[in-house]
Design a protein around this ligand. Structure first.
Ligand code: GLA
Length: 378
């Protein structure tokens, strides 16, 4: 990928630039908890967006996306975002950096990536974090702190892409560290690195290839449900809610909102339980919590789909330790924790059964927990 980007950059702009990359992410547990002030437990993965960038001495940004084979340019003083969705991410990062008092000057860039799109692996956060990191390095002497970089990406989603997301994806992409998962308290932003070496197990994703698109999806509606319940309870976020408190207001909220909140309250505790279990090397508990999360996301939060529920059923039949839908939902991947000796049978069975039912195999994605945003040595 690096050489292809460098070749393309030279062809288009006639010079060389500096290379930056940022990662997609997995999340072991803690779904839809970030915007509720709860805990998440993600890690960056070995799938990246990489960009070559060079200052061009104008007030224009000129961008070529290799994967889309598309070109776009915009002025740094323009208020109107480009029409193309992919370019809005970069436009948004520039605007949000400037809004925070950061410096951005005109630049040329070529970018490409290998984070599967729409699979729930946060390709958009990888793109935002790559550029937020790069602009900080190129124009701001790395003075913008890392949480602010993550927030630049998050605000880009809010203000330019219509997704009212939490902070998890951008946090994971910016803070990711090789071989470590990270527990983030999304209220205080305290975070802790947990070395992750599940000896005897494999972590594998199965991509249903059901299109995952958070823009225009009911994602924002889920967030609104949670906010309504929090308001009824008189708390800032569901982080401060318990099952007992929820039971007390059951007749004051809709059944749907009630179930959404019930999931979130259970999920924030499961993250803590999984972290404790990991420290004991108790993968059975980790796996049980993953299955519970799947059930909650499917029945109470209703962000799963038939294909993902089916992959989850197959995982149970094959004796997989833990399996669940991962990310925002409405398609994408399951994340599976599988004992080494059950791996081959699980993959073969999942491919065969899924293909028989839906006419295509799920894509098997093996991931390595890796570093987040960084400068790539030329
Ligand atoms: C998407 C959002 C995140 C988070 C997850 C669900 O990935 O971008 O902020 O809410 O969904 O856990």
């Amino acid at each position: 990928m690096k050489e292809k980007i460098q070749d393309q950059f030279k062809k288009r702009f006639g010079t060389d630039g500096v290379l930056y990359a940022s990662a997609g992410r997995i999340n072991l547990i803690g779904e839809h908890t970030d915007y509720n002030g709860g805990f998440v437990f993600p890690g960056a993965i070995d799938k990246y967006i990489m960009a070559e960038i060079n200052i061009n001495g104008t007030d224009k940004v000129r961008v070529y996306s290799m994967d889309m084979d598309a070109y776009c340019e915009f002025g740094l003083n323009e208020e109107d975002a480009p029409q193309e969705q992919w370019a809005r991410y970069i436009f948004g990062v520039c605007r949000e950096t400037i809004k925070r008092g950061g410096v951005v000057k005109g630049f040329d860039t070529v970018f490409a990536g290998n984070v599967p799109l729409g699979a729930g692996l946060s390709s958009s956060a990888a793109l935002e974090s790559c550029f937020a990191f790069a602009l900080n390095d190129m124009f701001n002497g790395n003075k913008i702190d890392k949480f602010e970089l993550a927030k630049i990406g998050q605000s880009t989603e809010h203000n330019y892409c219509g997704v009212n997301c939490g902070i998890m994806d951008q946090f994971a992409s910016v803070f990711g560290k090789k071989d470590c998962l990270m527990r983030l308290d999304c209220r205080s932003l305290e975070h802790e690195y947990f070395p992750f070496h599940p000896d005897g197990y494999k972590l594998v994703l199965l991509n249903s290839k059901v299109k995952h698109e958070l823009v225009d999806s009911p994602y924002n509606k889920r967030r609104e449900s949670c906010e309504r319940v929090a308001a009824t309870l008189g708390v800032e976020t569901l982080r401060d809610a318990s099952y007992t408190m929820l039971a007390d207001i059951r007749d004051k909220v809709s059944d749907e909102d009630y179930r959404r909140a019930r999931f979130v309250i259970g999920e924030k505790q499961r993250v803590l339980d999984v972290c404790d279990a990991l420290e004991r090397g108790d993968y059975e508990t980790v796996g049980r919590c993953m299955f519970e999360t799947h059930d909650g996301l499917s029945r109470d939060y209703e962000v799963s789909c038939e294909e993902l529920d089916y992959l989850n059923d197959v995982a149970r039949e094959c004796g997989v330790t833990g399996s669940r839908i991962m990310g925002g939902g409405f398609g994408g991947c399951t994340i599976n924790l599988v004992k080494d000796e059950r791996y081959d049978n699980f993959i073969a069975t999942a491919k065969e059964k899924f293909n028989a039912k839906y006419g295509h195999e799920p894509e098997v994605i093996n991931v390595i927990i890796s570093d987040g945003a960084h400068k790539v040595e030329g």
